[in-house]
Design a protein around this ligand. Structure first.
Ligand SMILES: [Zn+2]
Length: 289
């Protein structure tokens, strides 16, 4: 066989070896434009937006704790039940931590506008089902409000919110009663997601005790409640954390996300009802005899 023909065949062989038919990445930013089209098809237009924040997490966890742990679990869930995962997103509600170093707190209108334009752009690219997976307590009121505002004007896509998930029963018994932020549960999860960023030796250097400085009935809400109770931006005791506890909680969270992806993929009613609603909303006087 001629040398140039052999060389050509070797090149084809090596090319096949070096670039096998790779499986589609779940990371939006890792897909080529052409592969993105296949990914939309494979995911049935289902895309995940893991939503974190940048804020202090006690003295021992990194500022990006909520972003790091929500992305860790969402990426694993998407591997299990295919969906496209949007890149790092941390533009949420965190005014209550503005007194601490490293907090990034965008204005209210920008939070809503950026989120709207992000989901609009996701949908324009084929993500007709957007699941926002929350990783941060301060977003728990923002996100349902955002979802509700989707009825303001017609959309050709549906926004679903998956809020924070309570720790499952079972597993190693919990040692602490107060555990809302950077405490036993969250530190345990970080021992799974990013153990290299957990400084256990600093976990007891600040107090995570409830300072209970407001004397108001539970029926009243005020924005300063968090600062009144946990001014160190620490609630609980991270030194009680274990990797075993973290694994139980992360596995459960992953299962909840997988179930949500499957339910959303199967859901045909939400968009249909939205369309019906938007059509009726154009002429409310005609919708009843
Ligand atoms: Zn957190």
């Amino acid at each position: 066989m001629r040398r140039d023909v052999v060389g050509f065949m070797m090149l084809i062989f090596c090319t096949t070896l070096a670039w096998p038919q790779a499986k589609l990445s779940v990371h939006w930013e890792e897909l080529t434009a052409a592969d993105f089209r296949s990914a939309i098809e494979k995911s049935k237009g289902t895309c995940l937006l893991p939503f974190g924040i940048l804020e202090k997490h006690g003295a021992h966890l990194p500022l990006g704790t909520d972003l790091l742990k929500v992305r860790y679990v969402v990426l694993r869930a998407a591997e299990q039940e295919y969906a496209i995962v949007f890149p790092e997103y941390y533009f949420g509600q965190i005014f209550e931590a503005r007194h601490e170093p490293g907090t990034v707190a965008y204005s209210t209108h920008l939070q809503l506008e950026l989120l709207q334009e992000t989901t609009d752009e996701m949908a324009r690219n084929g993500c007709k089902k957007v699941i926002i997976v929350n990783g941060h307590g301060g977003n728990e009121l923002l996100l349902p409000f955002f979802a509700q505002t989707q009825l303001e004007k017609p959309h050709d896509y549906v926004v679903y919110i998956l809020g924070l998930v309570a720790p499952p029963p079972g597993g190693p018994p919990k040692k602490t009663a107060i555990d809302m932020h950077a405490g036993e549960s969250e530190t345990s999860k970080m021992l799974v997601a990013r153990p290299d960023l957990v400084h256990m030796d600093r976990a007891a250097s600040e107090s995570g005790a409830d300072q209970a400085r407001l004397k108001l009935p539970d029926t009243l809400y005020t924005g300063i409640w968090w600062y009144a109770r946990f001014p160190n931006h620490y609630s609980g005791d991270g030194s009680a954390a274990t990797r075993e506890r973290g694994q139980v909680e992360m596995n459960d969270w992953q299962g909840v996300i997988v179930d949500a992806i499957r339910a959303v993929k199967a859901d045909q009613q939400s968009l249909q009802l939205q369309n019906e609603f938007f059509e009726k909303a154009r002429h409310p006087l005609d919708t009843r005899p």
